[in-house]
Design a protein around this ligand. Structure first.
Ligand SMILES: Cc1ncc(COP(=O)(O)O)c(C=O)c1O
Length: 405
């Protein structure tokens, strides 16, 4: 019988989970301090400390903690001036939260394909769209098909690897577009020696349970623009002008991170370098073990990139490997190993039916072929060997089946 794994639920005893948190530093100590000092809500010393330390780690001027990565994206779009009926270019191969945040402000996503080498937003397709499928009117770029103004680009650095940013930044500057990096999956990754999150006008991070560092739920908006950072803090705190008289300048949000969550964040951030080194070691071991198996393509790192390999993913070629990615998922589930395909590309999602998109055939192929393997920071060596052995066994079984006819 196929073993099932409930998304988000702990993997059953004896199983190898996909990606679970590692909470073995100062988490208990800092949480106790929150309880002992009665600072458990959305103000407190850990919130300030987390924001300060995060900004320092990235080398940005301002960091504003939020209740989630999705909240950070929503606020980033608002402070960047994205208006209802605008369009924002976004990767089609991403978690749906990236596009949802665009809809929250009343704007529309334009879905852009992935490039085949590193699976990130394709800068060539961005340029092609802006150059050929748009027109200029009163100093603004508009989509020929919809007539809507193009306001920005949201590159999503998926799976721990950066997007090729230079061509994107160039075209954004040419057409005067704001760049909001969705860096939720790639804390610590670098592009040509520069930290992801410092490349565009604003960037957002997530600290949900499977991210490189976790606060349970949480996010961070970073920017070098002081006015935007101030506005972000204001909007995340119900846009409160006068805390005594409860006067609010506009409609705001309850999006602040609590001191309890920030306490976890401070403890986790202390171990970021160690986590990244471990993720890279896990990735190297997988790549070394599978690169000789016909039909499996390991995820790669561009020569201009430093990847944190947040979610180790491979591609399965059904013709060469003998089974497709979903059959491999089932095989591994039976061996009590939790894996996951990549997200359905958003231009195919029922939630975005009818949305404008470029040709997105690369993302569609990646969706069919990709499978993410267990890669928790705390993944024991023996568990990784078990995963590798199970992947090898699946290949052997598949070729035996095809020989038998
Ligand atoms: C690419 C991407 N964007 C946005 C988010 C949203 O982050 P959160 O779950 O913290 O709201 C996630 C997290 O799962 C993500 O992977």
């Amino acid at each position: 019988m196929t073993m099932s794994f409930e998304p988000g639920a702990p993997a059953p005893a004896g199983a190898v989970p996909l990606c679970v948190p590692e909470l073995r530093g100062n988490e208990w100590l800092y949480l106790k301090e929150c309880v002992d000092t009665n600072f458990v809500s959305s103000v407190g010393p850990f919130v300030d400390r987390f924001e300060r330390n995060f900004a320092t780690t990235l080398g940005v001027s301002h960091a504003v903690a939020t209740a989630s990565g999705t909240a950070a994206l929503h606020i980033a779009l608002l402070v960047a001036g994205v208006q209802p009926d605008d369009e924002v270019l976004v990767s089609t191969l991403t978690f749906i939260a990236s596009a949802n945040a665009i809809r929250y402000v009343g704007a529309f996503p334009v879905f852009i394909d992935a490039e085949p080498a590193y699976w990130q937003m394709d800068p060539q397709k961005v340029s092609d769209f802006l150059d050929n499928a748009c027109y200029q009117e009163h100093g603004e770029r508009r989509n020929k098909a919809t007539g809507r103004r193009i306001k920005g680009i949201m590159p999503v650095h998926i799976l721990g690897h950066p997007v090729d940013m230079d061509p994107l930044l160039q075209v954004a500057q040419h057409y005067n577009l704001v760049v909001i990096e969705d860096a939720t999956e790639s804390l610590g990754a670098q592009y040509k020696g520069r930290m992801v999150g410092c490349l565009g006008d604003l960037a957002c991070f997530s600290f949900n349970g499977n991210k490189l560092i976790t606060t349970g739920s949480g996010g961070m908006l970073v920017t070098d623009n002081a006015a935007w950072a101030q506005k972000a803090k204001y909007l995340t705190t119900q846009a409160k002008d006068n805390p005594i008289e409860y006067i609010h300048g506009e409609v705001g949000y309850n999006y602040r991170l609590t001191n309890v969550h920030a306490a976890l964040g401070c403890a986790q951030l202390e171990r970021l370098d160690e986590y990244i080194a471990t993720k890279r070691r896990i990735a190297q071991a997988y790549t070394h073990a599978i690169e000789d198996i016909p039909g499996l393509t390991p995820m790669r790192e561009a020569p201009w990139a430093f990847s944190v390999f947040w979610m180790y993913t491979l591609l399965v070629d059904v013709y060469q490997y003998g089974r497709d990615s979903r059959a491999l998922l089932q095989h591994l589930a039976q061996a009590q190993i939790q894996t996951r395909p990549l997200w359905q590309p958003l231009h195919l999602s029922p939630a975005y039916r009818g949305a404008y998109c470029t040709d997105c055939t690369v993302a569609e192929g990646l969706h069919r072929m990709a499978l993410s393997l267990p890669c928790s920071v705390g993944l024991p060596y023996t568990d990784q060997s078990r995963v590798i052995q199970a992947v090898r066994d699946a290949a052997r079984l598949a070729s035996a089946t095809s020989v038998e006819g």
